[in-house]
Design a binder for this molecule. Structure first.
Ligand code: PSU
Ligand code: MN
Length: 303
């Protein structure tokens, strides 16, 4: 199945110009209206400013799309009738004509179908805390699909050591840009060492090309720590995360509703400070992803 491409994305892919995919669950289920639509546009501008073409990915009325117009972004942000789609939900969304924000897993799948190799998001899903067995399909998609994902690490709503262990088991290369420590979204250090550190976008492109040449066939995760000036105090955000997890438990939130519930609650209780940090790290990830896509395009390593 071929996704519908916007004109500028189609042109860029036809000429080998750099393209960066962007996800849309972050808009439909991760940030409140109307800030989400503003952020959707600002992230696209950040990709353009680094010389790449942004391709925001979603399902619109049953069509897989890579490259949205302003009206589509508004619609996803507004959220009326918009569902959250992971990879396994794409078939139903297409067959039943749904409109969906795509998670990291679904965005990777659509990016791959479109021929886009680099993708920027905020945070990926992972292994949740506790013994409930909740593990995001983002990890299994990273194991199966050759797309490079730039994120700010994972939020400590998740079990970060177990998430890193699972990525190792799944053979997914994990590198941190400019740091020896794996970041935790709002903070620059999760308490876990990064499996690998790389300091330039050219090095990242080179490691990816060599990894692909081994025939591994997985994606690759690039963690980009939140810029120092925008990081939140670890104790404060840690306490809010613990409270949000207790609230989810008390309210019996389950399945795909867990992550949006926790994100919404954190944005609400921190009076926008968590949201402000979230916006800044997404912009920073978009810029790094664009520089990696530019490095790949100029070295001819993306095919
Ligand atoms: N983590 C965040 N922000 C997000 C998400 C995760 O800090 O917006 C979103 C992403 O779209 C991610 C999805 O792919 O949640 C994971 O959902 P789940 O935990 O249901 O797999
Ligand atoms: Mn889950």
């Amino acid at each position: 199945m071929k996704p519908d491409l916007s004109d500028d994305v189609a042109r860029a892919l036809a000429t080998g110009a750099p393209v960066v995919a962007l996800e849309s669950t972050i808009l439909s289920h991760g940030m409140p209206w109307p800030r989400n639509a503003e952020v959707g546009r600002a992230v696209e501008d950040a990709v353009r400013a680094e010389g790449a073409v942004p391709a925001t990915v979603a399902v619109v009325e049953g069509r897989l799309r890579a490259g949205l117009g302003a009206a589509d972004i508004e619609r996803l942000g507004h959220g009326e009738g918009v569902v959250k789609a992971a990879s396994r939900d794409l078939g139903a969304a297409v067959a039943l004509g749904r409109t969906a924000g795509t998670t990291v897993s679904a965005t990777m799948r659509i990016a791959r179908l479109a021929g886009i190799g680099v993708f920027a998001t905020g945070g990926i899903g992972g292994v949740h805390r506790g013994e409930g067995g909740d593990v995001s399909a983002d990890l299994t998609e990273l194991a199966a699909t050759d797309v490079l994902v730039v994120c700010a690490g994972v939020k400590s709503i998740l079990d970060i050591p177990r998430t890193l262990e699972m990525l190792e088991t799944l053979r997914v290369p994990v590198v941190t840009y400019g740091s020896d420590r794996f970041p935790a979204f709002y903070t620059r250090d999760s308490g876990c060492a990064s499996p690998e550190r790389l300091d330039t976008s050219e090095q990242i492109a080179a490691v990816r090309a060599a990894t692909r040449a081994t025939g591994l066939g997985t994606g690759m995760l690039v963690a980009n720590p939140i810029p120092e000036a925008h990081a939140l105090p670890a104790e404060e955000i840690g306490a809010e995360i613990d409270a949000a997890l207790r609230a989810a438990e008390a309210e019996g939130v389950r399945g795909k509703d867990v992550t949006p519930f926790l994100l919404g609650r954190l944005n609400a209780v921190t009076e926008g400070r968590a949201l402000g940090a979230n916006v800044e790290l997404v912009l920073s990830n978009a810029r790094l992803a664009a520089r990696i896509a530019v490095a790949e395009a100029s070295s001819g390593t993306w095919v």
